[in-house]
Design a protein around this ligand. Sequence first.
Ligand code: 3HC
Length: 319
Amino acid sequence: MPNSEANLEQLEVDFQARIDAEERIEPKDWMPEKYRKTVLRQMSQHAHSEVIGMQPEGNWITRAPSLHRKIVLLAKVQDEAGHGLYLYSAAETLGATREELVQLMHEGKAKYSSIFNYPTLTWADIGAIGWLVDGAAIVNQVALQRTSYGPYSRSMIRICKEESFHQRQGYEIMLKLANGSPEQKAMAQDALNRFWEPSLMMFGPTDADSPNSAQSMKWKIKRKSNDELRQAFVDQTIKQIEVLGLEMPSKDIKWNEERGHYDFGELNWDEFFAVIKGNGPCNRQRLAHHKKAHDEGAWVREAARAYEAKKKARAEKAA
Ligand code: 3HC
């Protein structure tokens, strides 16, 4: 029976009361259509980010400087594929298929994280990605472990455990390089300088320019604002830069006694918006690569579906 307007209003009030009481929303629960769409958008973009994020690092698997480094990097990149799979599965509970979600990304209608549109030029970039990019992802994802949508929250708990290993492997690469030869130290510094601002942009536009934040915070999809998370990341990372003995990547980084936080200056938001509109250094390359791999994998999906159908038919016949 269709909901009357009064009924709908009551449903929305009850829904907000559940959120306020810290209950998790589960796939079969009633939810406002806008809530469903917002969680689906965020989760699918997150899933796309995990999968596209395999490209800049995958680029270095064959060039890792030792067998040990190669094994560690392979494991990390495979973890990212796994994260994408949990997240696509969690997103499917909201009524969209993985195929549809991927299609939206291919058409440029769904985004993935801006950070993966930057190239990995040296081995030190692999250290910087693990340390800064996975480090930023953890700060965001620890907050998302308490997101209001149950399947998203549970997938974050599992993913965060693996991200911690990723962050440490990146930092360890940076430690080795920063304490190595002058050339290695310079390489680490260059990677830090190039990945610093793009990592801070991972948290999204400033709160004042974030159209989705107010409603997402009210529905507890987001637990902390973009600026709060960015500041937490800056504060923890500055100390790590000091331990590495590298120079600060920006002259604007200064301790602010009054705020009790580090200032880090204004970021280049024109660059951020250009990147998320598809005009970053590697956007075209990343999407083209994903489309190609997706097309080449069509026969695998077809075979898996045929196998499933056959198994189901056999089970029905036997029943
Ligand atoms: N890259 C690309 N797009 C971004 C972005 C970024 N860094 N930050 C914001 N945007 C987009 C938003 O998606 C939104 O566009 P849309 O309406 O077309 O979807 C627009 O910019 C406005 O931003 P808002 O702040 O209003 O958007 P949100 O409320 O969704 O907040 C977010 C943005 C903080 C990134 C939030 O979506 C989020 O927390 N997402 C989950 C975390 C995530 O996606 N992480 C990916 C990082 S990489 C990763 O985890 C892989 C790991 O292995 C390193």
